[in-house]
Write a new protein. Structure first.
Length: 274
């Protein structure tokens, strides 16, 4: 993973309709084994160009099959989990990009159209890597976004709007509680009782819908948000991140993070920011 730019929203001014570049990164085939946990960005929307392979991504409470020549977009505050990320280029933007389409979408393009977009994204990545950030931002906002908008309407039948999955109110309440309180000490048994259900019922129903237990989802949320902090705040101590995410010790955080991500928190930060 190669992170080459991260701009703090507090330090910039931008046109909310047009957007502003926050970061851009590239994931290669060799880095496919890194696991990206469930997370959301409070102020950043993301466009991801899938360069190769196929996988299942978790977007807006539902699972979507993703493959080469796909373009993914998720708006700010949308929870997403890529798992083992496919080779791709991801562009993070401040502002309400594609707001008229909804929060998230998946667009499958033919090889020729996708190749044009992918080449532009590669050029933007190399421009940022060469410290030509303004040129990269202009390329993204004035050419890539414009071209993508045109392709969306030309290929509307291939556009899949990502909407939340339909589940029972009880399970939705459990997941929403985890999403809003994952940094706290959460007692699943207590949540089950509060929703007039047994723990086994909640476990079973939650796993049927989200393909994991509430505890495993909680772990993915904590690790996913920790990953974001590790790369967006490179000077923030790992110990502070561990306690911020609800872990009771650095050793426990390190153990869980390594088990989920495949590498330790420190190694994750070092490789991402290299």
């Amino acid at each position: 993973m190669k992170q080459v730019f991260w701009q703090n929203e507090k330090e910039i001014e931008f046109n909310n309709d047009k957007g502003c570049l926050a970061y851009i990164y590239k994931i290669t085939t060799e880095e496919h084994y890194f696991f990206r946990g469930a997370h959301a960005h409070a102020t950043v929307s993301e466009i991801t160009f899938i360069l190769d392979g196929q996988n299942t991504y978790f977007l807006e409470d539902t699972f979507s099959n993703v493959s080469a020549n796909d373009v993914l977009f998720y708006n700010k505050e949308v929870i997403h989990e890529e798992g083992n990320c496919l080779p791709s280029i991801c562009i993070g933007l401040y502002g309400d990009i594609f707001s008229t389409l909804g929060k998230s979408f998946l667009l499958h393009l033919n090889e020729e159209d996708f190749a044009i977009l992918a080449e532009l994204a590669q050029n933007a990545y190399h421009l940022v890597k060469s410290n030509q950030v303004e040129m990269a931002e202009s390329l993204i906002l004035n050419l890539i976004i414009q071209q993508l908008n045109s392709l969306i309407y030309q290929n509307y039948s291939r556009l899949k709007l990502i909407i939340p999955s339909e589940s029972t109110q009880k399970i939705n309440l459990i997941k929403q509680y985890i999403d809003h309180h994952f940094q706290e000490n959460i007692d699943i048994a207590f949540l089950s009782t509060e929703n007039n259900s047994s723990r086994s019922y909640i476990q079973h129903q939650f796993k049927n819908i989200f393909l994991r237990t509430p505890i495993n989802y909680l772990i993915s949320r904590r690790v996913g948000e920790a990953q974001t902090i590790l790369i967006s705040k490179p000077d923030y101590p790992v110990t502070h991140i561990a306690f911020d995410m609800g872990f009771h010790s650095l050793s426990h955080f390190d153990h869980v993070f390594t088990k989920v991500s495949g590498i330790s928190p420190t190694e994750y930060r070092n490789r991402y920011m290299n």
